[in-house]
Write a protein that binds this ligand. Structure first.
Ligand code: ACM
Length: 448
């Protein structure tokens, strides 16, 4: 049986059920299996799925779907529940805009693998993708760039072709609904105070050099130009987050926080003056203050802040959840300090890295993370005591898209590594060879 992620307990019974439209009963009831857990009973007479929540029923349906082969379903008794509550995939729609239909497909593929989070990286230097009514230039200007890099970054070649696009709030609301009905939460990310060139192109007063011509760049990488720390800029970010919260009901809102070079802040007399006013010892503390202003705002609206592990550096703000990407260290520090963490180290969960010998693969950013490595990943770092380990919410695969301009390329890189990570996150990994055998049915069909 080709189920991915493999169920915790599965017993084959004699016989088969031939699917009929009214043969499936779904029931919410006390099962003792906890959040997202489900019991699935397939007999020749029909199917009964029970769970304590809607998500559990959605996962039961996915299992049923995977059990079916040649028009029949083998009779089974299944009891199943996930190891981790956060099982995610991040898609970078900042570097390239993708059609909404493809985002729906990514939600479908996540749900098929019982992943319950699709994290949308909605903004980056090279493009702002979410309509914000209060600041229309974010998409009028920030969603478009004159050209994009061709080949590898080191080649410094450009295609000369404009690229852009954005999602209306209505499109995103519909996408949220689409996810909810499939058990998938959409977690929005607005990346700040670095990776903000698109916003600065739209509203130069947000930057540290309002007089400079700073278009939306076509170059990948980490840009030196970041937000300033004026009260007006804080208000801008909070206004944006307010509209993000209107559209995305997710309890978590991601504020990025990664790769914010501090050079501009060190050189700006105005920023240095602000630091003195705020009695902050250094620029890391200033970033922590910036993130803290976002955390307070989100918290006042009943939401929780998530950020990349750089937010640990100047001191973690109360209640923040850390996405540990550069290594396990950020997650370990967070968990030991009583903060939640999602483990997504680039060594095991960055699916923009090569998955096989680069000589045989399409151009990628670099690295090498094979399917076997992903399958062997253990999200709870060694050495955490039980109390700290409890703060590890789960794991997530990252699909950064600098080198993936089309949906086909995104899928090629995301799968089958995401199948392996889904099983890691569900907590039922075993023999890799056996996993590979089950994988055959899961290699996604090409887009038609
Ligand atoms: C990241 O990869 N910059 C989070």
């Amino acid at each position: 049986m080709n189920i991915i992620p493999r169920p915790a307990r599965l017993t084959r019974q004699p016989g088969f059920w031939r699917p009929t439209p009214d043969g499936v009963t779904l029931r919410i009831e006390r099962t003792g299996l906890g959040p997202e857990g489900y019991r699935l009973s397939v007999t020749p007479d029909g199917v009964l799925a029970t769970a304590e929540d809607e998500r559990g029923l959605r996962w039961a349906e996915q299992t049923l779907r995977q059990l079916e082969a040649d028009g029949q379903v083998p009779c089974v008794e299944i009891e199943d529940a996930p190891r981790f509550p956060w099982r995610g995939v991040m898609l970078d729609v900042g570097r390239w805009w993708f059609p909404v239909g493809f985002l729906r497909r990514m939600i479908d593929l996540a749900a098929l693998h019982k992943l319950n989070v699709v994290h949308l990286h909605l903004t980056d230097d090279q493009g702002w993708r979410m309509e914000i009514e209060r600041y229309p230039r974010l998409t009028e200007v920030g969603a478009w760039r004159a050209e994009s890099m061709l080949g590898h970054h080191r080649d410094q070649r450009y295609d000369g072709r404009p690229h852009g696009g954005f999602y209306t709030k209505q499109e995103l609301r519909e996408l949220v609904e689409y996810g909810t009905s499939r058990g998938v939460t959409l977690v929005p990310e607005i990346d700040l105070p670095g990776h903000m060139r698109a916003a600065i192109a739209a509203y130069p007063h947000l930057g540290n050099h309002p007089e400079a011509e700073l278009p939306v760049p076509g170059e990948w990488g980490v840009h030196e130009q970041v937000l300033n720390v004026e009260e007006e800029t804080i208000r801008f970010c909070q206004d944006v987050l307010a509209e993000v919260m209107e559209v995305f009901p997710s309890p978590y809102v991601h504020i990025g926080g990664d790769e914010c070079p501090k050079q501009e802040w060190r050189e700006s007399p105005r920023v240095q003056q602000r630091m003195r006013e705020l009695e902050l010892p250094d620029e890391d503390a200033l970033q922590s203050w910036f993130v803290g202003r976002m955390a307070e705002f989100l918290s006042a609206h009943g939401r929780r802040l998530v950020g990349w592990d750089e937010i640990v550096e100047g001191g973690l703000v109360p209640g923040a959840t850390v996405m540990s990407w550069r290594s396990e260290e950020g997650g370990i520090a967070a968990a030991k300090a009583g903060h939640d963490a999602v483990m997504c180290p680039s060594s095991h969960t960055y699916f923009d890295h090569y998955q096989a010998d680069p000589d045989t693969e399409p151009l990628a950013i670099g690295g090498l993370t094979t399917l076997a490595q992903v399958y062997a990943y253990e999200p709870v770092p060694a050495g955490l005591d039980a109390g700290a380990a409890h703060h590890i919410l789960g794991t997530q695969g990252q699909v950064w898209t600098e080198y993936l301009p089309t949906p086909e390329q995104v899928e090629y890189m995301a799968f089958p590594r995401l199948c392996a990570l889904a099983e890691v996150a569900w907590g039922t990994t075993g023999d890799f060879a056996e996993f590979e055998e089950r994988l055959a049915r899961h290699v996604p069909h090409r887009l038609t």
